[in-house]
Design a protein around this ligand. Structure first.
Ligand SMILES: [Zn+2]
Length: 163
């Protein structure tokens, strides 16, 4: 398991100089640290095989992006997530980063269904367009915040369009 701070720090509740510097430089944030501490605790009770990539706040919800076996993190019928929500005091959504942009984005969007993901080739980069039915437009709040998060998770500039 890999996360924003080292295992030792997560267990002792203190940050070493390297992790402290990462926090000060905003490479990681307080949410990342708090989430990771809870994941490490959970990993002591059950077998977890995943990497924590990053976290974002969206609509008052905490989005946790992981790679690996997220089923064990979610727990039976979402039990671990409910525990985590209680400890962190926020709604949580786990997003599994896979090689499939549509699958990854869909995990972030939840009930709003993605119709297609189009790749737009620019001379020096690739952009992603996420197509969502116009019927779902009002269900999708904070479009700009969502685009920013999607761009970071997917690693390419991403926009959301309704058709
Ligand atoms: Zn450390």
């Amino acid at each position: 398991m890999n996360g924003p701070i080292c295992f030792e720090d997560a267990k002792t509740n203190r940050l070493c100089r390297i992790c402290e510097a990462k926090l000060k430089a905003n490479i990681i944030n307080e949410n990342d640290v708090a989430i990771w501490k809870e994941i490490v605790k959970l990993g002591e009770k059950s077998f977890l095989d995943l990497d924590f990539l990053n976290s974002f706040e969206l609509n008052g919800m905490l989005v946790i992006v992981c790679r690996g076996n997220i089923g064990a993190l979610i727990g039976r019928q979402g039990k671990n997530i409910r525990d985590l929500e209680q400890k962190l005091g926020k709604k949580i959504r786990i997003v599994e980063k896979t090689g499939d942009a549509k699958e990854t984005a869909q995990a972030l969007l939840g009930f709003v269904k993605i119709a297609a993901v189009n790749r737009v080739f620019r001379p020096d980069s690739e952009e992603l367009k996420i197509i969502i039915s116009r019927n779902d437009e009002r269900r999708l709040k904070e479009k700009e915040a969502l685009e920013k998060i999607l761009s970071k998770i997917l690693g390419s500039k991403t926009t959301v369009e309704f058709q």
